[in-house]
Write a protein that binds this ligand. Structure first.
Ligand code: NAD
Length: 349
């Protein structure tokens, strides 16, 4: 990108889906996952600096549309995201998103970006980052229940950040498993396709549940979870949309992003409001313990929190500097005299 002129300063860099894919390939997918995890870890370790609020949902019978805002002293960010489990059968994505990063100093947006791909990347980076603190030492095998859009990103992040060498796949739709197995060829992961949830968890030290269904589903029952396993539950993320049998929850030590949001949206909506949970930012800061016992069952009750998206927005903003992975968008009125907005409109006749 050439040096910005004064009129460019009123332009907002826009990262399209196409440019996000170019950026990911230029940096390297595995490298993006590692770097995103570093950004998220660094932001979780300065948790107190952020404005925090549960995301703002708008529910309908088909799904949910949510706004996820947060800010620190320098930047404000938000993501618009949907979750529509029935979409896939209609040929649409279950989850799509876009986001904005702004300068707190003048309120001007400084980045507008697609976040469908970025959400898959940040969710995978977050899952793997938390597993670094919670999974049993030397975990090499992960079971993945639900082989949809998020699946391969999760598998690769766990390979890069946790060091797994084998991923076992299961989906109620065998075509989804076949798609994921094909996509994971050549990544260095050993891929084992399984035909039932009972089979997929065999020998796995980590179980990721990543399904989409607008109901209290039971993709994992208590008898399928042995001592010492880490569960990365990312699909239960809405009121009335969970994946785990309640008995698993009462046997696990539960770790969450932001309790006021997770109590409403996460697996723990099935438990009492005062059921003990540990906040992950405290584990990352060394103020609370992660895994303490090889036989302990740890559960990351992931719902996705705004600070992870903020980290991802900061990351993309830094990465597109001095590249052409964006287009300048004419989103900001820029009259010569800031008070003469009317005159600017008149002169454009
Ligand atoms: P997707 O629709 O692309 O894939 C979901 C897959 O789950 C499908 O292949 C479907 O066949 C399978 N499935 C449904 N019920 C199942 C069952 N009982 N057993 C096995 N497989 C089953 O969706 P996606 O984009 O991969 O998202 C997966 C889930 O993760 C969604 O619920 C989404 O809301 C959630 N999500 C969470 C976060 C987070 O931060 N926690 C982020 C992104 C997505």
């Amino acid at each position: 990108m050439s040096k910005p002129t004064p009129s460019d300063l009123a332009m907002v860099p826009f990262v399209s889906v196409d440019n996000m894919m170019r950026l990911v390939h230029a940096v390297g997918l595995e490298c993006v996952l590692r770097e995103l995890a570093d950004y998220i870890e660094s932001d979780f370790s300065r948790w107190q600096e952020f404005d925090k609020t549960p995301r703002v949902p708008s529910h309908s019978k088909d799904g949910v549309i949510e706004l996820m805002p947060t800010a620190d002293a320098e930047n404000y960010g938000f993501k618009y995201v949907n979750g529509h489990p029935a979409n896939m059968k209609r040929g649409f994505q279950t989850v799509t998103a876009f986001g904005v990063l702004s300068a707190v100093s003048n309120g001007y947006p400084i980045l507008f970006t697609e976040m469908t791909i970025l959400t898959a990347l940040r969710t995978a980076a977050t899952s793997a980052l938390m597993a670094k603190y919670l999974a049993p030492k030397g975990a090499r095998v992960m079971a993945m229940i639900g082989n949809g859009a998020q699946c391969e990103f999760q598998a690769l992040a766990f390979k890069e950040i946790v060091g797994i060498d084998t991923v076992r796949l299961y989906d109620i739709d065998p075509e989804a498993t076949a798609k994921a197995a094909k996509n994971l060829q050549g990544t260095g992961l050993k891929v084992v396709s399984c035909s039932s949830a009972e089979a997929v968890v065999e020998g796995a030290q980590i179980i990721t549940t990543c399904t989409a269904d607008k109901q209290n589903a039971t993709v994992l029952t208590d008898n399928m979870v042995g001592a010492g396993v880490h569960i990365n539950a990312i699909g239960g993320d809405c009121p009335g949309k969970t994946e785990l049998h309640r008995d698993i929850l009462t046997r696990s030590d539960i770790f969450v992003e932001y309790p006021p949001q997770t109590r409403v949206e996460g697996e723990i909506q099935a438990l009492a409001d005062d059921h003990p949970v540990t906040e992950l930012w405290q584990v990352i800061r060394g103020e609370a313990e992660g895994r303490t016992d090889p036989r302990q069952i740890t559960l990351f009750d992931s719902v996705g929190f705004a600070i992870e998206d903020f980290s991802a927005l900061l990351y993309v903003h830094a990465k597109i500097k001095d590249t052409d992975f964006f287009e300048p968008l004419d989103m900001l009125a820029d009259p010569d005299d800031p008070r003469d907005l009317f005159g600017m409109v008149n002169r454009a006749k």
